[in-house]
Design a protein around this ligand. Structure first.
Ligand code: MN
Length: 248
């Protein structure tokens, strides 16, 4: 199979039309071999399902907020593992269909949800951050933050509290919920648990220990507080605009 573009990666794990809007805002270039099929913003495609690939980091470092060894391990080993796991699940399910043998269906459906969600969230994580932070909420985003969450500062307070309080491994997520047309903060466990279906993640903060333990050890709260200083609002603004447009 050919490498999977991000848009197709999201489509193929069943996130539907909203994922197209999200994917349209995620482009950040290709790697040296051109193997990572990041599509230009807003690009359309009619390609069918393809395999998942590891995106290229859009910056060389996020230090001092995230130390370089953590960034490298997180991207090159952990995220790569989710890519591999998602592809393995897709392939196993293809074989199951071909053989009409569903003896292990529960295992592979769980693997698909875990690794597929892990790949999507990590892809969004890299584009939720920028060295030193970047931008501010757009006028539209600021208006939505005011209406849904009491403004940017109140949102950040809730986001930080929810993220610090994740039980075991998981994520803090700022998302656009298209049914109620509101911004919400989610506290996701592992990668795939505790969500509202159809939400479009706009900002995600990983609080699995692999995201911070080398530098912050058991002080997750210090990591989350520091993480607020590297938020890429420009990226979040694009995702928000695309999500709202897709849900109109
Ligand atoms: Mn992670």
């Amino acid at each position: 199979m050919v490498p999977l573009g991000r848009r197709d990666a999201l489509k193929s794990i069943g996130l539907g039309g909203l994922s197209l809007a999200m994917a349209a805002t995620l482009g950040c270039g290709k790697d040296e071999e051109g193997e990572t099929a990041m599509e230009p913003e807003g690009a359309a495609t009619t390609a069918g399902p393809q395999m998942y690939t590891l995106p290229v980091l859009p910056y060389p470092s996020l230090a001092p907020v995230i130390d370089d060894p953590t960034l490298a391990l997180h991207h090159d080993k952990h995220h790569a593992g989710y890519v591999k796991g998602a592809n393995a699940a897709i392939e196993a399910l293809e074989k199951a269909r071909a053989a009409d043998d569903y003896a292990t269906i529960k295992h592979w459906e769980r693997e698909l949800a875990f690794h597929g969600s892990g790949h999507v969230l990590h892809t969004l994580y890299w584009t939720s951050m920028w060295p030193g932070g970047r931008g501010q909420p757009s006028a539209e985003m600021a208006k939505a933050l005011d209406a849904s969450l009491g403004g940017k500062d109140k949102m950040l307070a809730q986001f930080a509290a929810a993220t610090k309080a994740v039980e075991a491994s998981g994520w803090g997520v700022l998302a656009y919920e298209p049914v109620g047309r509101r911004l919400i903060v989610l506290q996701t466990e592992r990668h795939q648990d505790l969500t509202v279906w159809g939400c479009v993640p706009l900002l995600v903060c990983d609080v699995w220990e692999h995201a911070y333990y080398l530098k912050y050890q058991n002080k997750r709260a210090d990591y989350v507080d520091a993480w607020l200083g590297v938020i890429d609002w420009e990226s979040a603004n694009k995702r928000f605009a695309a999500a709202v447009n897709a849900s109109d």
